[in-house]
Write a protein that binds this ligand. Structure first.
Ligand SMILES: *[C@@H]1O[C@H](CO)[C@@H](O)[C@H](O)[C@H]1NC(C)=O
Ligand SMILES: *[C@@H]1O[C@H](CO)[C@@H](O)[C@H](O)[C@H]1NC(C)=O
Ligand SMILES: *[C@@H]1O[C@H](CO)[C@@H](O)[C@H](O)[C@H]1NC(C)=O
Length: 452
């Protein structure tokens, strides 16, 4: 799968740092200590472990999150598992035109219906059972974001008294999601627990900003930026990458056979296998099997296969977005525009604009979080594929002498930079140093940089 080539996000992942070290390893040696890593659940920030910066005042929190647990976005045939997405209600678009102002009761609830047709005249065999669209936030995913919201409340409301206990002004927050439903629903769940009580006046709704997909900047927009795919092609043409694909070719062929898939994107990379197999694993479903020809035995994906797929997927993205000489070029075009948005919002706050704004939530994908970790130069351990509901907090603090510092917390831990580039202490990084780093990734003229 070409990462930037698919327009559906979520399996897409990017890993990036400023490192330009040439590709000099192979997948056998791509061994990151991942003993504390789990893909299915994130680490949550906790009030017990959280300490404010001594002598400083918190001024702005920007939270960039990945959506929660979802159904696969890469469909495989013969998938007879049941996926549930309808036990927790979501509230987006409950009202018809004008109804919210009229206080109309009897609102609408969306039902995704997957009927049983008994194979007479429907498309029953073309989807799993349950109540989920492909790539939809599951009930478990909603709970994850609700848990995250509760943790944020215990820190920023209860412990720090920084955010209002009851949200009464939309000026206090800025909310943005991608156009994809699971990120909107994740934001709803998070905010529902961060502020269970809300009474916004004078208007009754809270803006949830979404850029149309053609101009999206929260992940690599290869439609708007054709240079992204050109760079990926250049990166994957290299000998090192080709050797990796060849070495892992037999595993890929076997998995394609067991999963009964043949579309070209399955041949291009490991993201699709990572998506399908991990989403099964996170739901305690058996790994996929198929009948072994006319034999009575099955051919099944094994736990060892899954380990190798995970390693390959991390390796692939590290190679494209971190370890190749063109990785920084790619990251800049992939996420640099969004980095600019985060930088500008902080800067505007420091300059005295938008003083009421306290909490900005950006609800995106692994392909949002991962490249940001790269921009920040995250350690190997914190650069593994972002788990569901991953949470990256940028805290802007003002010190007693009036200067600003930034603290970055990823999945409950202060972000550690890689050994090879300790560019700043991300517990309290001086703002000038922080912005200087961000600016290495912000395109000055994206239109010309994106041209092929
Ligand atoms: C709806 O409820 C609000 C708050 O209770 C009230 O101010 C408003 O007048 C109501 N609108 C209508 C059309 O009844
Ligand atoms: C699948 O069937 C072939 C014979 O058709 C046999 O050689 C092979 O061992 C079987 N594989 C498994 C995993 O049962
Ligand atoms: C990569 O980025 C560097 C630094 O901005 C630039 O000089 C170089 O031309 C870029 N290379 C490609 C192939 O885009």
């Amino acid at each position: 799968m070409q990462i930037a080539r698919l327009s559906i996000i979520g399996t897409l992942a990017t890993l990036a740092t400023a490192s330009n070290s040439a590709f000099a390893t192979d997948v056998e040696h791509y061994a990151i200590d991942d003993s504390s890593y789990t893909y299915c659940n994130p680490g949550y920030p906790s009030a017990q472990a959280y300490a404010p910066l001594p002598g400083a005042t918190l001024e702005l929190v920007q939270a960039v999150v990945r959506h929660g647990d979802r159904t696969p976005v890469n469909y495989i045939p013969n998938n007879d598992n049941e996926w549930r997405c309808d036990e927790v209600e979501q509230e987006t678009y409950l009202h018809g035109v004008g109804e919210s102002e009229k206080n109309t009761t009897g609102s609408f609830k969306q039902i995704i219906e997957i009927p049983k047709w008994n194979q007479k005249y429907g498309f029953e065999n073309r989807l799993w059972s349950g109540s989920c669209e492909e790539g939809e936030l599951t009930d478990h995913g909603k709970h994850q974001h609700s848990t995250l919201g509760a943790h944020l409340r215990s820190i920023y409301v209860d412990k720090l008294g920084y955010l209002s206990p009851e949200l009464s002004s939309a000026d206090e927050i800025y909310l943005r999601t991608t156009h994809i439903w699971r990120t909107k629903n994740s934001a709803e769940s998070l905010l529902g627990a961060l502020w269970p009580k809300r009474g916004i006046t004078p208007t009754s709704s809270i803006p949830l900003h979404t850029f149309p997909s053609r101009i999206e900047t929260m992940y690599g927009n290869s439609g708007a930026c054709p240079r992204i795919n050109a760079l990926i092609d250049d990166i994957t043409k290299t000998d090192g990458y080709q050797r990796f694909m060849k070495d892992q070719g037999p595993l890929m062929a076997r998995l394609m056979d067991i999963l009964s898939v043949s579309e070209s994107h399955w041949k291009e990379g490991w993201g699709g296998y990572f998506d399908v197999l991990n989403s099964h694993q996170c739901h305690q479903f058996n790994l996929p099997c198929k009948k072994n020809g006319t034999q009575s035995t099955n051919l099944c994906v094994t736990a060892a296969d899954l380990n190798q797929v995970n390693r390959n997927a991390n390796y692939e993205t590290a190679y494209k977005f971190r370890d190749s000489p063109l990785s920084q070029n790619l990251t800049r075009l992939y996420i640099g525009s969004f980095v600019g948005t985060l930088r500008d919002q902080m800067k505007s706050h420091i300059d005295g604009h938008s003083k009421n704004l306290k909490f900005a939530l950006y609800s995106g994908h692994d392909s949002t979080v991962w490249p940001l970790l790269g921009v920040l130069g995250a350690s190997d351990q914190q650069s593994l594929w972002p788990p569901y509901a991953s949470n990256l907090l940028y805290e802007l603090w003002k010190q007693q002498d009036g200067s600003h510092v930034v603290r970055v917390i990823y999945n409950g831990q202060v972000l550690q930079t890689r050994d090879s580039e300790h560019w700043c202490d991300l517990n309290a990084c001086p703002i000038d140093q922080f912005f200087k780093r961000m600016e290495e990734f912000i395109p000055s003229d994206i239109t010309s940089e994106c041209a092929v």
